[in-house]
Write a protein that binds this ligand. Structure first.
Ligand code: HEM
Ligand code: FPP
Length: 327
């Protein structure tokens, strides 16, 4: 497969249908092209990382700049992914109404849009944060577009394991924007998102494997079946729990609240993965695990932010003072 398929293609879908849209509909189509709900979760992990890096004393202006830049970088990556995959997106039920396969946006307009987003993202981060965070955002785009979308997605059943590196980069961007470097804690958050990605995605892939089989995308459930996939999902959720706890000990960047939250959330994740492993053909369990994976990442990130806030620190100190007095 050639990279120039982004510009020219012999696709059999309906991208040239004349289509009259109001300005509002055009704006909506461009927003849809960036896969906004996924960006939202990527940004939540980024904010958690910024809160942790700044120990709760984060500059709101820097947060705003980093959020806008992160949204632009992820939006550009998703737009190029939509451009590259518009042939299979047209063939799959879930994705055929996206702006490119349905002809609401022309491919060259999407490409210009992505380039503009990349320029905005790099410039904002380089000028208002630092070069490290700007470069990491660009690496995120490259990994997602070249490694995942071009190289692995259509060729390897472990596509999302390596491709998951891209989704795990936003916490590094957030940390680097605050501190100008990367510490063990930043890498720990990176590994958390990396390990979370296979359960998140394979649960969904189990539900829509017929679609993937139809377009010859070798997602694990298509290639190895539900039983193997459910076993691998379980293994990832199991490894995830101790890795989340590393932020408390030995990295010592979290207070007491976070380990409790991480344990409870992780316990539910493992339980759901266990149930799926017992009945791998039960797609309701897969759906429930996919939905929970999103809730898990949102709540874990919120837990990190709350744990980092100075008010939480002083409240915990007071509580331990009272406990000491009672003893
Ligand atoms: C290589 C890694 C990943 C793959 C292959 C993947 C794949 C997918 C797919 C195919 C969907 C369904 C989208 C739809 O319904 O159109 C989805 C949904 C979602 N993903 Fe991921 N994902 C990955 C990593 C991530 C990461 C790192 C995040 C954020 C931290 C994330 C957040 C979400 C969210 C929030 C949704 C729900 C979106 C919605 O309801 O439309 N994903 N993911
Ligand atoms: C720092 C930075 C900018 C990082 C980029 C991170 C990024 C955009 C991750 C996206 C991960 C994701 C949703 C993959 C789905 O692709 P897919 O092609 O399998 O999904 P689809 O079938 O819904 O199109």
């Amino acid at each position: 497969m050639k990279l120039n398929r982004v510009f020219t293609s012999t696709l059999t879908f309906n991208s040239t249908t004349p289509y009259h849209q109001t300005t509002w509909e055009v704006i909506q189509s461009y927003v849809q092209l960036t896969k906004p709900r996924i960006i939202l979760l990527l940004l939540i992990t980024m904010v958690a990382s910024m809160g942790m890096a700044a120990k709760g004393h984060v500059d709101p202006w820097l947060v705003l700049i980093t959020l806008v830049s992160g949204a632009c970088a992820a939006g550009a990556a998703n737009t190029i992914n939509c451009l590259y995959d518009r042939d299979i997106d047209f063939a799959m039920e879930r994705t055929r109404h996206r702006p490119l396969p349905s002809g609401r946006i022309e491919p060259h307009d999407a490409l210009l849009f992505a380039i503009a987003l990349i320029v905005i993202s790099f410039t904002l981060l380089a000028v208002f944060a630092n070069l490290l965070s700007a470069s990491l955002a660009m690496i995120g785009i490259l990994v997602y577009v070249l490694v995942y979308t071009h190289w692995l997605k259509r060729h390897h059943s472990q596509n999302i394991v390596i491709g998951g590196v891209a989704g795990a980069i936003p916490p590094l961007v957030g940390w680097a924007a605050v501190t100008g470097d990367l510490s063990w804690a930043a890498w720990c958050l990176f590994v958390i998102v990396f390990l979370w990605t296979p359960p998140h995605f394979w649960a969904l892939a189990m539900m829509i494997q017929d679609d993937y089989a139809k377009v010859n995308v070798p997602m694990l459930p298509v290639v190895a079946g539900n039983e193997t996939t459910a076993r691998q999902i379980f293994a990832y959720t199991l490894i995830l729990i101790p890795v989340t706890l590393l932020l408390g000990y030995p990295l010592d960047v979290m207070n007491l609240l976070y380990p409790l939250i991480a344990l409870v959330l992780g316990g539910i994740f493992v339980h759901k993965a266990w149930l799926l492993m017992q009945s791998p053909s039960n797609l309701e369990l897969a759906r429930s695990l996919f939905k929970y994976s999103i809730v898990y990442m949102i709540l874990l990130s919120i837990g990190i932010v709350i744990d980092c806030l100075p008010i939480t620190y002083s409240a915990l100190n007071r509580i331990s003072g009272i406990i000491n007095l009672l003893n």
